[in-house]
Design a protein around this ligand. Structure first.
Ligand SMILES: N[C@@H](CCC(=O)N[C@@H](CS)C(=O)NCC(=O)O)C(=O)O
Length: 318
């Protein structure tokens, strides 16, 4: 009989900490692609599994496009309706714009994890960077997958794309410093607010989200990018959360002190400029997948699974 992994796959069985706060587990597969290593850069060897709904996965989609890796690293998109078995492929849930697994005909993302490691005991998350040669997961941590995409395939892309660097040496310290507070307070802060199961844990998390947004508003005032006057991974990492804020986090995760469009003009302008002026951002964003995922999949937060129709529009014009 197949092993029961429902406590790992079913988000409704996910436990919070004893004080009701949500703590995200660390990712388990943490390899890099490098010359002479187990995983070397090759055309067609790697495959990216993502959900359009997931902010972490969307970071990888954006960098894949920016770096011109579409031909080298094909992508498959899961259905946004995450149920008892976790993320399904289109073979079992044919949601528009989702794919079947072209490599193994897996029905769920969990099948890939258990193929890579039958004893895997973590959550079955996206994104996954998959190696077709060793039939395993190279890396399932988005912050590392974007660093891999940033440099590992530079010999295989055009000189113009190779030149693009989203974590350049001279800006590393500043980017690291931003990531250090943006990740816990904003990227993961909205989840800590939404997944909290006590009033106290929610109250603490939501205040931290908005304190961080106030700080960010000052940093972005009069600027097009967070650091160094150029697009860096700090922008990409933050943007995927901000674009979901008004459509999802304000309502579903109760982050409702202010909206981005109503309360943060500098953050709003920065977000809209990237969306409307850079196709890597817009084409990686699918609001149908985003809204359906959160409102449909988190039944403990939204038992009716009704997906709201607003806000209208999802993104305001520039
Ligand atoms: N640290 C991971 C987090 C990825 C993650 O939590 N993805 C969520 C979707 S937004 C997921 O797949 N969750 C499935 C689950 O927990 O069952 C990363 O940044 O890559």
């Amino acid at each position: 009989m197949a092993k029961d992994v429902s406590s790992q796959s079913d988000i409704s069985k996910m436990k919070t900490q004893p004080d009701g706060s949500f703590k995200r587990a660390d990712s388990s597969f943490r390899n890099f692609i490098e010359p002479g290593g187990k995983f070397e850069a090759e055309k067609g060897r790697y495959h990216l599994y993502v959900s359009y709904a997931c902010p972490w996965a969307t970071r990888t989609l954006i960098v894949r496009k920016l770096k011109g890796l579409e031909e080298l690293i094909p992508v498959s998109v899961v259905s946004p309706r995450m149920g008892a078995h976790g993320w399904p492929f289109a073979s079992v849930d044919a949601f528009p714009d989702s794919d079947v697994d072209p490599l193994y005909k897996a029905e769920h993302v969990k099948d890939l994890y258990l193929k890579a490691d039958p004893d895997y005991s973590g959550r079955f998350t996206v994104p996954i960077l998959w190696d077709k040669k060793h039939h395993t997961i190279v890396n399932n941590e988005s912050s590392e997958i974007i660093r891999i995409f940033n440099t590992a395939f530079n010999d295989l892309v055009s000189a113009e794309k190779a030149k693009l660097h989203f974590y350049p040496d001279h800006l590393k310290a500043e980017i690291d410093e931003l990531n250090d507070w943006i990740y816990p307070n904003i990227n993961n802060g909205v989840y800590r607010s939404g997944f909290a199961t006590t009033q106290e844990a929610y109250g603490k998390a939501v205040v931290e989200v908005f304190d961080a947004l106030e700080k960010l508003e000052k940093i972005l005032d009069g600027k097009d990018y967070l650091v160094g006057g150029q697009l860096t991974e700090a922008d990409i990492r933050l943007w995927v959360t901000i674009i979901r804020f008004d459509p999802v986090y304000v309502g579903h995760f109760k982050c409702n002190f202010k909206t981005i469009r109503g309360g943060y003009p500098a953050i709003h302008r920065w977000m809209k400029q990237l969306y409307w002026n850079n196709d890597a951002f817009k084409s990686s964003t699918n609001f149908d997948h985003i809204k359906t995922h959160y409102y449909w999949s988190h039944k403990s937060i939204n038992p009716t699974q009704i997906v709201p129709l607003g806000p209208k529009p999802h993104v305001e014009p520039l």
